[in-house]
Design a protein around this ligand. Structure first.
Ligand SMILES: *[C@@H]1O[C@H](CO)[C@@H](O)[C@H](O)[C@H]1NC(C)=O
Ligand SMILES: *[C@@H]1O[C@H](CO)[C@@H](O)[C@H](O)[C@H]1NC(C)=O
Ligand SMILES: *[C@@H]1O[C@H](CO)[C@@H](O)[C@H](O)[C@H]1NC(C)=O
Ligand SMILES: *[C@@H]1O[C@H](CO)[C@@H](O)[C@H](O)[C@H]1NC(C)=O
Ligand SMILES: *[C@@H]1O[C@H](CO)[C@@H](O)[C@H](O)[C@H]1NC(C)=O
Ligand SMILES: *[C@@H]1O[C@H](CO)[C@@H](O)[C@H](O)[C@H]1NC(C)=O
Ligand SMILES: *[C@@H]1O[C@H](CO)[C@@H](O)[C@H](O)[C@H]1NC(C)=O
Length: 870
């Protein structure tokens, strides 16, 4: 019996922090009848009274089909009598306006009904945005047979795209799409979204229950096994505040084992044997108990007992597993067994089963998407590939676009747009300037009119512009010509060139162009120049050791000189004192090993070796070192704003870090740790992740420091290494502490503690608190259901419940006592990015009315500017 699970069950059941989205009037519902002619739209479906509308305004392609009429089709609901099928294009996408950061039940339905007379079941892939959702195989065993795919998913932006992708010879088709908003705090997952397996209630009948009886329009199917007996009540059962709101007809029925001495058992299968599952159990005592009667039973999943439970009298209650479960061989078993003191059999009113589905690929940057869609509608481009996400997945990216796709958790960016010879008319649209990372723009050989717009000069990333073969009037603006000096390659018709100007004048480019004829090569060179320029300009802003002195070995006397004979102390580390210094007029931090530290030399060597080997923007970099007899020193880049802990405790003075600033710092630190875990070969465990080891630079960029305890671990057969336990009290992974097994998940634990610090502003260990350890404190606060008192009061409530709740959940999952249950750092960074997105988008929307938003920059400038670091 794991007490933590029990506690979280409780905690989750008592939370009700997020606004109530009860959809009494189909508010927020989207019900599309695919293929419905627009002159028949909208209509009320008589059985459910749901209002369906035609899908024509949400999709560009496709044709309408009608299922074959037969006696049985009379039984088929109206939304399934017509459908849309997609003979053209590989990917066809529905584009729906939704609320960003909202939890939706999303249902797609496919009823083939031999609409094409071929009598073969269509097979195709269903995508949610850039991610695969399901490979659909529409059965044709009976005329009324269809397939329903349903997920519970939080929208990442204000557009939801549902795509059908041709995978073989059959034609994708779809009958209906339904979206229903849910309460944000219901159906939560550690990671990913929920894929529906079943919503069941217990009755021997074929009466499906959905809207309007179910306010969220979940579709409850009756189900009863041989071994069970149905019971019911006509009395009222009161709802629960946790928001699951089972319909009356569902909660007033229940199943008990027919043989009252037997347990109640239920098994189900997962599609893949390593799928994770969530179980939602609905309970209410629906029999009037006599004083001498007790109903109590143990709830066990896959043989593990979670809780002893008594249903509440005529009151609904929902229990679920807060952490996902795996089932051996994909076969899951739920067992309710009565306890010795119980004289009544176990009872279950309803059950919902889900498996976890991941949608890991980030959508393309929202501003880029808005801009390119704006361009698309301006020019009324009806290219068949221009549907769904512009950049990802790569095989479906839009024709004429090039994108920069770094990894799945980074939103892709559009970097080249080629609309040459596309029959474009009209002017060059201003929305192009919102493609802020665009490098190449080719609009040649169209019929564009108007002037060459001046805004192009402001697009700093542009390297190549081609407007030849259009009807543009006037001269190219002077500002744009100026950009040619920076290496911009500008191709315009002769009549648009001011007298005296010529093609690219940059000397370097001219030389290159003279010696190399291939245009492609010129572009490559331009890119190189661009990168070179970027580097140069960034060295001016950010302190960065020049190449020649990087990783240099220094003598002790040089170290002495650097630090003006160890004049200014910045701080004390575990194995020595950190001094402020100057190296070639640039500030550095110098850690000098104390001679009394016997252990120090090993840590010193570890750190030098590691830092010489690894380089990442979120790891503090080594400028040099000194190894001269007994005199050991490490010279690092200087981090202006010291460590994160100082900012959380207000030791730095000035205003406190705001919520988005905090999230950014956590994301960057997470990326640094992720790099150690998966970017380095061999992978490393930091072993001492804590808030004092996260340093902040001039732009408040976060870097991880102090690698003295880091160890490499091997991947493959060996999943952990045994070491002597090291680290800092409070941050130490209890599993590592107990077993001496070191895995990268130990860093995840420590990072979870840092996250808690950032969220709560609390110290990790604080004797004056009722619960002195931050973890115990947080758990007790959560179980009191008190989110506001968890959050750092210094944030002055300037955060949103969505992102703070998500961050808190993430922190709790990082500190799961069982290391295998913790997410990896890639997932952590991804989730934090999502938190930031949720918050920023909310703020953007809020600030449209007022301009009172505080930015990270505000807080930087108001923090006192005294140099200090490490
Ligand atoms: C059906 O829904 C409409 C609004 O969508 C509502 O006005 C009407 O009262 C509903 N009828 C029934 C019988 O629920
Ligand atoms: C409720 O249970 C009674 C027997 O106790 C049965 O006759 C009746 O049909 C049940 N109601 C439903 C809706 O199943
Ligand atoms: C059940 O609830 C309904 C609506 O709240 C109420 O009208 C009815 O009197 C209640 N019945 C009983 C038996 O309490
Ligand atoms: C009910 O279950 C008990 C315990 O498993 C068993 O001994 C008994 O024979 C069963 N009764 C019937 C009627 O099957
Ligand atoms: C409870 O007491 C009643 C009499 O008040 C009796 O008929 C019944 O059998 C008892 N039930 C149990 C489970 O002992
Ligand atoms: C560019 O993007 C901003 C913010 O998303 C938007 O307000 C603006 O209207 C866009 N400009 C153009 C020209 O599309
Ligand atoms: C280009 O536009 C001009 C003016 O609208 C028109 O006269 C001409 O026919 C167009 N040319 C092409 C190739 O579409």
């Amino acid at each position: 019996m794991e007490t933590r699970n029990k506690l979280l069950l409780l905690a989750c059941a008592t939370f009700s922090i997020i606004s109530f989205v009860k959809s009494q009037n189909q508010q927020g519902f989207i019900s599309l009848d695919c293929g419905l002619p627009s002159n028949e739209s909208p209509y009320n479906e008589p059985l459910t009274n749901l209002t369906y509308i035609s899908d024509v305004n949400f999709i560009r392609g496709g044709k309408t089909g009608n299922i074959k009429i037969s006696a049985e089709t009379d039984l088929v609901g109206k939304p399934f009598k017509v459908l849309r099928y997609f003979p053209d294009g590989t990917r066809n996408c529905y584009s729906l306006s939704v609320k960003q950061g909202t939890k939706y039940l999303i249902r797609t339905m496919f009823l083939y009904g031999n609409y094409d007379g071929l009598n073969t079941s269509p097979r195709f892939d269903l995508y949610l945005g850039p991610n695969i959702w399901k490979s659909v195989d529409v059965l044709i065993s009976g005329i009324g047979d269809g397939v329903v795919e349903e997920i519970i998913h939080i929208t990442k932006s204000d557009i939801l795209e549902i795509c059908l992708v041709k995978t073989g010879t059959s034609t994708p088709m779809i009958s209906a799409i339904e979206l229903r908003p849910l309460r944000y705090d219901t159906y939560t997952t550690r990671t990913g979204s929920l894929m529906n397996i079943a919503h069941l209630y217990f009755l021997n009948s074929d009466k499906i229950i959905r809207y309007p009886k179910d306010v969220y329009d979940r579709v409850w199917t009756p189900y009863l096994q041989q071994e069970w007996t149905h019971i019911n009540t006509t009395l009222n059962v009161s709802g629960s505040p946790d928001g699951y709101d089972a319909p009356r007809d569902v909660i007033t029925t229940a199943a008990i084992p027919t043989n009252v001495s037997e347990p109640f058992s239920f098994t189900w299968n997962l599609e893949a044997s390593d799928d994770e599952t969530y179980i939602y159990l609905y309970f209410a005592e629906i029999q009037r108990l006599q004083p001498n009667e007790t109903r109590e039973f143990e709830i066990a999943a896959n043989g593990k007992v979670y809780i002893s439970y008594s249903p509440m009298n005529f009151e609904e209650d929902t229990l679920f597993n807060p952490a996902p479960l795996k089932c051996e061989g994909g076969v899951c078993l739920l067992k309710l067994s009565k306890t010795p003191k119980s004289n009544l059999p176990p009872l279950l009113n309803a059950i919902e089963l889900f498996s976890v589905i991941q949608f890991p690929q980030s959508e393309t940057n929202r501003d880029d998407v808005n801009a390119i869609k704006n361009i698309q509608s301006t020019y009324q481009l009806s290219r068949i590939s221009w549907q769904g996400d512009p950049c990802v997945p790569k095989q479906f990216s839009w024709n004429g676009l090039s994108c920069n796709v770094i990894d799945i958790s980074t939103p892709p960016r559009i970097i080249a747009l080629d609309l040459s010879s596309s029959g474009l008319t009209g002017v060059i649209p201003p929305s192009i300037q919102n493609l802020s990372l665009l490098r190449e723009l080719d609009l040649s050989n169209n019929n564009l009119t108007g002037e060459v717009p001046e805004f192009l000069a402001k697009m700093k990333s542009l390297l190549v512009i081609n407007f030849r073969g259009n009807n543009l009037r006037g001269f190219v603006p002077q500002a744009l010509l100026e950009r040619e000096k920076d290496g911009l390659k500008l191709y315009v018709d002769e009549n648009n060139k001011p007298r005296g100007s010529s093609e690219p004048r940059s000397r370097l480019v001219a030389i290159v162009a003279a010696s190399i004829s291939s245009a492609a090569v010129v572009i490559i060179v331009l890119v190189l120049i661009f990168i070179f320029r970027r580097r140069r300009s960034s060295t001016r802003k950010v302190m960065r050791p020049s190449l020649e002195m990087k990783n240099r070995r220094f003598t002790y006397s040089e170290v002495k000189e650097m630090t003006s004979n160890f004049k200014v102390v910045l701080g004390k580390g575990g194995f020595g004192i950190v001094y402020h210094g100057f190296l070639n007029n640039e500030q550095v931090a110098v850690k000098v090993l104390s001679q009394s530290s016997t252990q120090g030399y090993k840590e010193f060597k570890t750190e030098v070796e590691l830092l010489l080997r690894v380089h990442h923007v979120n790891l503090v970099s080594l400028v040099g070192y000194c190894d001269e007899g007994n005199d050991l020193a490490l010279i690092y880049e200087f981090m202006e704003y010291g460590n994160l802990r100082e900012h959380l405790s207000g030791k730095r003075g000035g205003s406190v870090l705001n919520w988005s600033g905090r999230l950014k710092i956590t994301i960057e630190s997470a990326l640094g740790i992720e790099y150690l875990h998966i970017g380095c070969k061999p992978p490393m465990v930091h072993r001492d992740v804590k808030s004092t080891n996260i340093l902040l630079g001039r732009q408040f960029e976060a870097k991880l420091a102090d690698f003295g305890l880091s160890r490499s671990f091997l991947v493959g057969s060996q999943t952990h290494v045994s070491t002597n336990v090291a680290g800092t009290l409070g941050y130490l992974d209890p599993e590592y502490y107990k077993k001496n097994w070191l895995t990268e998940k130990s860093d995840v634990y420590s990072f979870g503690i840092v996250l808690l610090e950032i969220i709560t502003g609390q110290h990790v260990i604080e004797q004056s608190r009722d619960k002195s350890y931050i973890v115990e404190w947080a758990i007790s606060m959560i179980s009191n259901g008190d989110i506001e008192s968890i959050m750092d009061p210094n944030l002055h409530q300037d955060y949103d419940t969505g992102s703070s709740w998500k961050a808190l959940e993430l922190a709790m999952s990082c500190i799961n006592p069982c290391s295998t249950e913790r997410p990896n750092m890639t997932r952590v960074a991804h989730e934090l990015n999502e938190c930031l997105e949720i918050y920023e988008n909310l703020r953007k929307r809020r600030s449209q009315g007022s301009n009172s938003t505080k930015s990270l920059v505000d807080s930087i400038t108001s923090i006192s500017d005294t140099p200090s670091a490490r």
